[in-house]
Design a protein around this ligand. Structure first.
Ligand code: FES
Length: 167
């Protein structure tokens, strides 16, 4: 090994070792809670404040800055419709219109019976198959407004037939 090569390795290792250990932040805590519960309840905000030695106001300040955090318990099923640029051009808004009608919602939210939550998504990562929606994280591509309404209608039907605990 040449001294030039050794010097390069030393520099690489110095750079690697100088990295700060992963830090715990209010945001990382909120993300962990959201992953676990699907929303941020008041109790969680209090726990995050205690855990990070922050104030409740600090925690809510961070939580409210990011639009992806939810503050109400999610429905038992999660429907997402992509309205990102590609899906938008391919007709997502018509599909969203049908989904809203079918769920009797005026925008993102949860149906009155707590069965289904609707969220918009800026890219579900399957643009080539747009417009795309997902039901409980299962992607469905090339949806038409009719197909979107049918999918949601079937999901509602399963809730009615099987009751609140129905899958
Ligand atoms: S823009 Fe809709 S999946 Fe990417």
């Amino acid at each position: 090994m040449t001294s030039t090569a050794e010097s390069l390795r030393q520099r690489v290792n110095r750079a690697l070792n100088s990295q700060k250990p992963k830090t715990i932040t209010v945001l990382s805590c909120l993300l962990a809670v959201e992953d676990e519960l699907g929303y941020i309840p008041q109790e969680a905000a209090e726990e995050v404040a205690r855990f990070t030695d922050s104030t409740i106001n600090d925690v809510w300040g961070v939580a409210s800055f990011y639009t992806n955090f939810q503050f109400q318990p999610p429905g038992r099923h999660r429907v997402e419709v992509c309205w990102g640029p590609t899906c938008h051009v391919l007709g997502a808004m018509d599909a969203i219109g049908e989904v809203l009608k079918s769920l009797d919602l005026s925008g993102e939210g949860t149906t009155d019976d707590g069965a289904i939550s609707l969220r918009y998504n800026t890219c579900l990562g399957a643009c080539a198959n747009g417009p795309v929606m997902s039901v409980d994280h299962h992607l469905i591509g090339r949806i038409t407004p009719e197909r979107a309404a049918q999918i949601v209608g079937e999901l509602k039907e399963r809730q009615t037939v099987g009751g609140p605990g129905a899958p």
